[in-house]
Design a protein around this ligand. Sequence first.
Ligand SMILES: NC(=O)c1ccc[n+]([C@@H]2O[C@H](COP(=O)([O-])OP(=O)(O)OC[C@H]3O[C@@H](n4cnc5c(N)ncnc54)[C@H](OP(=O)(O)O)[C@@H]3O)[C@@H](O)[C@H]2O)c1
Length: 444
Amino acid sequence: MLGAPDMQVTATLGSATYVATTDNTTAGLGWNSRPVVTAHEPLRRQPQGPIRWNSGADGHSPDGSSHDGAIRRPAPWRVHTTMPPTDLPRSTFTGLQPDAGPTDANSGVLDAMGAARMLGRDARILARPNPGVGAVVIDEHGNVLGTGATAQPGGPHAEVTALANAGQAARGATLVVTLEPCSHHGRTPPCTDAVIAAGIARVVIAVTDPDPRVNGAGIHALRSAGIEVVTGVDAAGVSDDLAAYLHHRRTGRPYVVAKMATTLDGRTAAADGTSQWITGVEARTDVHRLRADADVIVVGAGTVRADDPELTVRHVTGPDPLRVVMGSVPADARVRPCREWLNEPDELLAVLGAEGHLSVLLEGGATLLAAWHAADLIDRWEIYIAPALVGGDAGRPLLGGSSAASIDDVWRGRIVHTEHLGDDVRLTVVPATRIHRNSHGGQT
Ligand SMILES: NC(=O)c1ccc[n+]([C@@H]2O[C@H](COP(=O)([O-])OP(=O)(O)OC[C@H]3O[C@@H](n4cnc5c(N)ncnc54)[C@H](OP(=O)(O)O)[C@@H]3O)[C@@H](O)[C@H]2O)c1
């Protein structure tokens, strides 16, 4: 989540306690408008030829409705303890701020959306290639009746689990869910059928699902069944959480995050090409978090030759992403098994998108980043800055290629998040010219 938080939610689910902030940031993640990019050398063309995949290498294969205005402000937090009788495991939400005012059903909705976001984020890795969605069923006082998150592919969607947990208590209740419920038969039956059958009176949705099979049809099905539907609640925050999924469904391509570690003077390797390690262990651990969250890692052959990286997830728990090297990979490189890609980056993204990959982590080096940047394929930058100096001109830059001819040609980004990691700092930057669109298609 990006931007300045404006409220915090604590939730206890089973044995785990979650603390997270919700916000109304307008960070422009997931929007695929074209920023201004200037002053780059022509793309280096690789020999056009067949796509070369290493054999045995592949381990993985705003909606038109409106906010009804009922939910306008964060209300005082309350402790939710009411749990209906059922044999199914259920969750309790505790530890919220002291009750400071009268019961307000809308505050319960905001609490529930915050909790649904946490559930959805936690489900992301298990759920992929599906989006990590969270759902919470609440009564008219905001008491939690059931919770759910997207299961593994083929397993129940968040709404279905939350409704099952709520049992009979779901009749007349409110379902709060981060993404529009599906209305089509996929690997599982339509969630809208389950919502209607459960007797839910109101559905609160953060963002509509741009997947062409849904795209407002879920909302239409619910309204046609007489269910009140509210949309756009915490849409910006959820759009950040689901940036990769929303981007993929809108563009057909994975969401691209470029990561680099740099010194204060913008060097990503010393004069001899060594770059291990510029940053400290906390920053490097954070990179492993990015890896675990990515479906695919892409790296340049120059980095493979210089660093012989494994590009696996080691310092955090999570699956290894598919590894793709642009260029030729030495037979004994530690990055193997991997795919080799000898064509242009945009073609690679098209292939990966068609395969259903939602996100790509681009791990350098400077030559490769320059090619992706020049083609305007980078949606977000994660720059780790160490308090170190290389000096002179011989160190490797952050971005290769030619320089901006004049200050008017300089690419501009917007810092949407900063974080101290040990002695280092991580900057999260998005293109300044990308306009954030809310779930209704309007600018924010
Ligand atoms: N600080 C950091 O976070 C960080 C991260 C990564 C790397 N590094 C450092 O960066 C250095 C390596 O960077 P680099 O710039 O020399 O190499 P690079 O960007 O890793 O790789 C460039 C190579 O990728 C291949 N390639 C294939 N398609 C390409 C395309 N469309 N556009 C551009 N390249 C394409 C080419 O390989 P062929 O020549 O085989 O055709 C090209 O030489 C090392 O010193 C490494 O330690 C630092």
